[in-house]
Structures are given as structure tokens and as C-alpha cells.
Design a protein around this ligand. Structure first.
Ligand SMILES: O=C(O)CCC(=O)C(=O)O
Length: 287
């Protein structure tokens, strides 16, 4: 049931070939296009902040979870803390800087803008994200949006990287059921499926695709591609650290929830609504 993501790095920077791959496969797996030192600097910056609230062992860059947290005592405004982590300059250089704009601009074949609102995910052992597609969150203003998931450090299969359900962007019944679904407006409906990735993939006769991600390796996918992350089983207690940021052509309408100096995010609660804003000892919420 498991397959390796097809590496499209060699196709870069051929815009039309990249666009074709994205349409055909529902994703692009791009490796080695980021400056590794910049990725390591971003990782150090995020984990140093988590170390300051007692969640990460020294040296912070290794990302080993302490198993405890003093975040609630030290940073009573959890949303403000998480926003400041998510807007760190070294992190933003990787997630929003000129290099990633150039890469994703090449994929679209036109200038792009990233959503200012950023999802940064430190995932301790045992965590995963269930199967969903991103349309219900990010397609209110335009469907021409992609998610860029980036490994901010080593994320081998054991550490729970992103995984996609092969061919799911062409599951016609799901595409039809999803188009028009807005998770912030239909609050009685979940975007995430109740079953796990294996059960979902099996029910569709599809494979689950992932890979060993190195620092800066990224997966780009469209709004109808079903995905999530594998469980983190790191044998050394290492957290998986990744970012997922949405990019769209600069000329497309912008959803104001995700743009500006103080974006409200999906529900309007700002950075406080994100799983990352919760102390690492507390369970994630599922939408
Ligand atoms: O990294 C994860 O756990 C989930 C990522 C995801 O759902 C996304 O990039 O849209």
C-alpha cells in the first residue's frame, strides 16, 4: 500500500513541465532547492523559542522534546507567543523569502504571493494529522492555491512526514462533495476524515505516498489532494518540524483572513487557533 513520492526536482525550472506534473500527479516533490544553512537557521530559531518555554532539550536544533512544558506559565498569551514564533525572521526567510517565491512562481509560471498566515508544526512522537484536503480552508477567494509543505530539518519516514493518497485529486465524488465546502461556515462538518490514512487509502484502492524528507525538501500540492501526516515514531524522541504555507498567483483575489499584519486565520481567532499555539504536552485539535 505504500509508495515513494515521485521526485520532480530534475524538472525544475521548466514551468510547463512542472505545471503538467502537478496537474497529473496532484503534487510536486521538490528536493534540494533551498539553501540548507537557511533551513537550519530557521529550525534553530523555532526550537530556541520552544526551549525557552521548557519544551526542547539542549541543543535546541536537535529538536528533542523534554516531555514537559512551561508555556502556559511563561507565555500566558499563547496566540501572541505563537505568532511571534511563526513570524521569526530566519523562519520567514525560508517560508516567505525570495527563493521560495521564485520556486513557486516557476511552478505557476507567473508571480505569486504567499499567505502571510503561516502553519508551523512541531510534532512530538505519537502525533499525526488525519486525511483531509485543503480546499475547505483556503479556497474561499480562489481555487488557484497550492500548499507548500517544507521539512525544516530531517524528517525521515520514522518521524511522520506529510503523506498523500495517490491520485486523490481525481476522486471525482470527493472533488464534487468538497467544492463549495467552507469549514468556517459549515461548522457541523469536519474536513478531516474519521478513518486513518490506511483505512482511507484501502477504501479507495489507492496507495499512500511519502518519502524520507531532508532539510528543505518540499511537497507542493493543490486544494483537492488528500493528505495528512504519518505518525511520528522517532526512535530518538525527535520532533518533526515543518511549515505549510499557501501560495497563489499574485493577481488572484485574496482571502483577507490569511493576509495582512495580524491575520485572523480560518476562524478569526488568529494564531491562537492553531495546534502549534498549544503547549506540546496538550493534544492537537482536529477540524
Ligand atoms: O504536517 C502536517 O501534520 C499536516 C500538513 C497539512 O495538512 C498541510 O500541509 O495541509
Amino acid at each position: 500500500m505504500f509508495g515513494e513520492l515521485v521526485d520532480s526536482s530534475a524538472v525544475f525550472p521548466d514551468s510547463s513541465a512542472l505545471g503538467r506534473r502537478l496537474r497529473d500527479d496532484g503534487y510536486l516533490f521538490l528536493r534540494g532547492l533551498h539553501d540548507i544553512d537557511a533551513v537550519v537557521a530557521a529550525r534553530e530559531e523555532v526550537f530556541a523559542r520552544l526551549q525557552s518555554v521548557g519544551e526542547v532539550e539542549s541543543p535546541a536544533v536537535d529538536g528533542i522534546f523534554t516531555g514537559s512544558s512551561r508555556r502556559r506559565e511563561r507565555e500566558p498569551d499563547l496566540g501572541a507567543f505563537w505568532q511571534s514564533v511563526s513570524e521569526g525572521p530566519r523562519l520567514r526567510e525560508v517560508t516567505h523569502g525570495p527563493r521560495i517565491r521564485e520556486i513557486i512562481g516557476t511552478v505557476f509560471g507567473e508571480p505569486v504571493v504567499p499567505h502571510d498566515y503561516a502553519y508551523i508544526r512541531p510534532a512530538p512522537v505519537g502525533r499525526s494529522t488525519g486525511p483531509h484536503c485543503d480546499y475547505p480552508f483556503f479556497a474561499r477567494a480562489t481555487e488557484r492555491v497550492v500548499t507548500v509543505w517544507t521539512a525544516l530539518g530531517p524528517v525521515p519516514l520514522s518521524d511522520g512526514p506529510v503523506a498523500v493518497i495517490e491520485g486523490s485529486h481525481r476522486f471525482r465524488d470527493l472533488v464534487e462533495a468538497t467544492r463549495g465546502f467552507d469549514v468556517a461556515q459549515q461548522t457541523d462538518r469536519h474536513a478531516t476524515r474519521p478513518e486513518n490514512h490506511v483505512a482511507f487509502a484501502r477504501s479507495r484502492g489507492a496507495r499512500l505516498l511519502s518519502a524520507d524528507f531532508g532539510p528543505g525538501d518540499m511537497l507542493v500540492f493543490g486544494m483537492f489532494t488528500w493528505h495528512g501526516s504519518l505518525d511520528n515514531h522517532s526512535p530518538i524522541g525527535r520532533m518533526r518540524l515543518s511549515s505549510d504555507i499557501r501560495f497563489q498567483p499574485a493577481g488572484e483575489p485574496r482571502d483577507p483572513r490569511y493576509f495582512g499584519a495580524d491575520p485572523g486565520g480560518t476562524t478569526g481567532a488568529g494564531y491562537g487557533e492553531l495546534n502549534g499555539a498549544k503547549p506540546l504536552t496538550e493534544p492537537w485539535h482536529i477540524r
